[in-house]
Design a protein around this ligand. Structure first.
Ligand SMILES: Cc1cc2nc3c(=O)[nH]c(=O)nc-3n(C[C@H](O)[C@H](O)[C@H](O)COP(=O)(O)OP(=O)(O)OC[C@H]3O[C@@H](n4cnc5c(N)ncnc54)[C@H](O)[C@@H]3O)c2cc1C
Length: 441
């Protein structure tokens, strides 16, 4: 069947995560009817547990705000493109310094309501196991795409190797944290005292480091090749590179003074609130694949966490994505089956924001194409344009997923010593280019 016979006013979106919700609402807001198919609560992936749409499976943070940060730039661009994820996040914020962190339950409930209230979206619960060849479809099934769908995707794209691995961090119950040891503050006192910080002396860090580097790790199953995304390395993998990798990485103490000693601690773990009331706290940067008993033993060596109760322990998870440069075009369509589009993390981006941004672009460009107006690709100078370009043109033998960072934006063309100023100029250029492009849509 040729695409010309497809209905131009109806689209199937598979997966009601961040990307699927963005894509569905972009389409519906432009008058296209959407059938949104979400497998929850009929079937859950290993990390999802709520029937609500747009579930945040790990951290509750949509990263730092402000145009000095790459994530802040992407947030701003997404807002200008009508992002429902950003709007909903802002409406459901919890205090987290400069980070856009949310109450995850309220956030997902609000996103679900937005979808349910949209007259042009029909939400259907149940797993999709095939990709149709008779209608426009956006596959937004995420890093934990169900097995049959992963097979369907492989057969459409010809991409056989869709699996990678990501680790996630434990969450601790607030009333089990020793408040006589931890202190509330943000690094360099930027923003409010929103984080809880566990300070460590040299000796305490030494004991913790020795335990961490000798702890038992969940073995990788034989048939699984383990490839972990660089930006999400488990804490024990970082530790194996040496103490400094922690002291200059997730446990860096700069910007903090321990009120008990009046001095900078030797090392420090930050805990970020999961909810406004502070009942649950996420161990920042402590994604791990240690066995559960070892996590409890080793993490309780951290001052302030000696009696910690874990609301959730860390674990290693599958990450499914296509080999973008070989499989996708700039509109995120499968080259071999252009009526099938992809959105979200499965396109080969990494992170909540980036995934939602790819949902916006997929929904937006499909809606415009169906109304007879093929848009230009988003400008390369913008964050969203740079991500799209990376996804379908990144060189190299094996594609690696990308998160938003200033390094993916084209250089300014002048050498700049002042990094802050360079970021500011690139953010300014990004928004200018984006606004011009939006005006053409
Ligand atoms: C364990 C883990 C931890 C992570 N931690 C972080 C983090 O801390 N910060 C961060 O920024 N990003 C994190 N990520 C990445 C983050 O999950 C994604 O970037 C984001 O959620 C992807 O959005 P998405 O819409 O593409 O997929 P998802 O949000 O996963 O949504 C996909 C949806 O599709 C549904 N689905 C799957 N298969 C089918 C099917 N066959 N039929 C119908 N529905 C289906 C799923 O139930 C789900 O609701 C993590 C990912 C994992 C796996």
């Amino acid at each position: 069947m040729g695409e010309e016979k497809f209905k131009a006013d109806e689209v199937l979106v598979i997966g009601g995560g961040l990307a699927g919700v963005e894509a569905a609402l972009q389409l519906a807001n432009r008058g296209i009817r959407v059938l949104l198919r979400e497998m929850k609560p009929v079937k859950y992936s290993e990390a999802h547990s709520s029937p609500a749409l747009g579930e945040l499976v790990c951290s509750n943070s949509l990263k730092a705000m402000g145009l000095g940060q790459a994530s802040g730039l992407l947030q701003e661009e997404m807002s200008r493109l009508g992002s429902v994820v950003i709007e909903t996040a802002l409406n459901n914020r919890v205090a987290a310094g400069q980070a856009l962190a949310v109450n995850r339950e309220d956030f997902s409930k609000a996103l679900t309501r937005r979808v349910e209230d949209a007259p042009l979206i029909e939400l259907v619960r149940g797993e999709a196991t095939t990709l149709p060849n008779d209608r426009y479809t956006i596959a937004a099934t995420g890093p934990l795409t169900s097995e049959p769908m992963a097979e369907a995707i492989s057969s459409v794209t010809g991409d056989e190797d869709l699996y990678f691995y990501d680790a996630m961090a434990p969450i601790i119950e607030g009333d089990s944290i020793d408040r006589s040891v931890v202190f509330a503050a943000s690094r360099y006192e930027k923003g409010g005292p929103d984080y809880l910080n566990c300070p460590m002396t040299r000796e305490e860090f030494g004991r913790f480091f020795a335990a961490l580097t000798s702890a038992e790790i969940v073995p990788t199953r034989n048939f699984e090749k383990e490839r972990v995304f660089q930006g999400c390395q488990p804490i024990e993998t970082l530790a194996a590179k040496g103490e400094k990798t922690l002291l200059f990485g997730p446990m860096k103490p700069v910007g903090f003074i321990d009120p008990r000693t009046g001095k900078r601690p030797h090392a420090l773990l930050q805990l970020r609130r999961e909810d406004e009331g502070g009942q649950r706290w996420n161990m920042v940067g402590f994604q791990t694949k240690l066995t559960y008993p070892e996590q409890k033993r080793v993490f309780r060596l951290i001052p302030g966490l000696q009696e910690a109760s874990f609301y959730r322990l860390g674990s290693l998870h599958r990450n499914t994505y296509v080999d973008g440069p070989r499989v996708l075009d700039g509109y995120l369509r499968a080259r071999r089956a252009p009526w099938i589009q992809f959105a979200g993390q499965i396109t080969g981006v990494e992170g909540y924001l980036e995934s939602a941004a790819m949902g916006i672009w997929a929904g937006l460009n499909l809606a415009l194409r169906l109304s007879g107006k093929t848009p230009d690709l988003p400008p390369e100078e913008s964050g969203i344009g740079a991500l799209v370009r990376h996804v379908y043109t990144a060189p190299g033998k094996r594609y690696e997923p990308m998160n938003m960072n200033f390094g993916i934006l084209p250089p300014l063309g002048v050498r700049m010593k002042d990094k802050k100023e360079s970021k500011r100029l690139r953010a300014e250029r990004a928004l200018e280019a984006l606004d011009k492009w939006i005006a053409t849509l």
